[in-house]
Design a protein around this ligand. Structure first.
Ligand SMILES: Nc1ncnc2c1ncn2[C@@H]1O[C@H](COP(=O)(O)OP(=O)(O)OP(=O)(O)O)[C@@H](O)[C@H]1O
Length: 307
């Protein structure tokens, strides 16, 4: 996390009701800071795309306000400082990769260099190919280059690595990290929780149009693991072979959940050291011990199902 927090984008108490009566966002507030990678997570229909569209000025709020670099998102100067890669992004099929990148560079007063974009998006070797002849993953990479064409300070990436092979995904992750290190702000929506875990400085989970949880990946994992508190705790999952009963374990310090998985018992604890100390004292035959941090998947499911 950067030390000095500078807000580059904010949604303030936004309600967005579409004409069909659907309330996509319901009093939602969030801030994006300079140099941060933020992952916006939420189940289908949670309101993620609506939040991104508001920040891009593609739709207006029913109530509340949107500020991007302290201005309206539709302000032309604001637009020049933002870049976007949409899931449904399309580009003319009969233009070559090189032409696409250069056309977009031409829209901006201070574009990124062509060479830098080719390198950032891994386009070496396909620069003279027609867009229509590229594979799905190659098209994604061209769209990534286009999003960065204006050397933007704020970048929206909607499911950027869908369809990419592992190597291309890692390359894009490295580039996203490099952008943040240069002070750029990246807002990412993704259904790959592993991606949010690996990349994001901060995860914002939304459900039914509200922010339900916000924090570092480690904090979000802790919040979802049985604790209703919004304060991060060092939740761990203790897995072992034990003769202690579920009732007995449940009564131990810090224990929030006990599950039998085959011959093993999984104990989720907010005070793992205390729990483990007591377990070892009471069960001399305890074996096959593993202690791990909860996965983001578990936290995500727990958080979104509570709500
Ligand atoms: N243009 C629209 N008109 C009417 N309703 C809409 C419109 N766009 C979105 N919605 C509705 O608003 C709610 C939030 O949709 P949104 O696309 O923001 O969710 P999302 O979190 O991006 O979902 P997903 O993960 O499926 O992409 C949904 O119920 C959706 O059906």
């Amino acid at each position: 996390m950067p030390v000095a927090v500078e807000t580059v984008a904010s949604l303030n108490n936004i309600t967005k009701r579409y004409k069909n009566g659907v309330t996509a966002l319901d009093g939602l507030s969030l801030d994006l800071h300079r140099g941060e990678i933020i992952a916006l997570l939420g189940p289908n229909g949670a309101g993620k795309s609506t939040a991104v569209k508001l920040m891009m000025g593609l739709t207006a709020p029913t109530s509340g306000s949107v500020g991007i670099f302290g201005a309206d998102p539709r302000d032309p100067h604001t637009r020049l400082r933002t870049g976007v890669m949409l899931q449904v992004g399309r580009a003319p099929e009969m233009l070559r990769v090189r032409e696409h990148v250069n056309i977009f560079r031409g829209y901006y007063p201070n574009p990124a260099s062509y060479a830098a974009l080719v390198k950032a998006a891994g386009l070496e070797g396909i620069e003279d190919r027609f867009f229509g002849q590229l594979s799905g993953g190659q098209k994604q990479r061209v769209l990534f280059a286009i999003a960065l064409a204006g050397d933007p300070d704020l970048i929206f990436l909607d499911e950027p690595t869908v369809g990419l092979d592992i190597e291309s995904r890692r390359t894009m992750w490295a580039e996203i990290r490099a952008l943040a290190a240069r002070g750029k702000t990246v807002l990412l929506t993704t259904h790959y929780l592993e991606e949010a875990d690996a990349l994001a400085h901060r995860i914002i989970v939304i459900n039914k149009g509200k922010v339900i949880c916000e924090g570092t990946p480690a904090e979000v994992k802790s919040m979802g693991s049985g604790s209703r508190s919004t304060t991060a705790k060092s939740v761990k999952i203790i897995r072992c072979n034990t003769t202690l009963t579920a009732d007995h374990l449940q009564a131990m310090p810090g224990v929030v959940a006990v599950v039998r998985v085959g011959s093993l018992t999984e104990i989720t604890s907010e005070q793992p050291e205390d729990t483990l100390r007591e377990m070892l004292a009471l069960d001399q035959s305890l074996s096959a011990l593993e202690v791990e941090s909860p996965a983001l998947e578990d936290a995500f499911l727990a958080l979104t199902s509570h709500n």
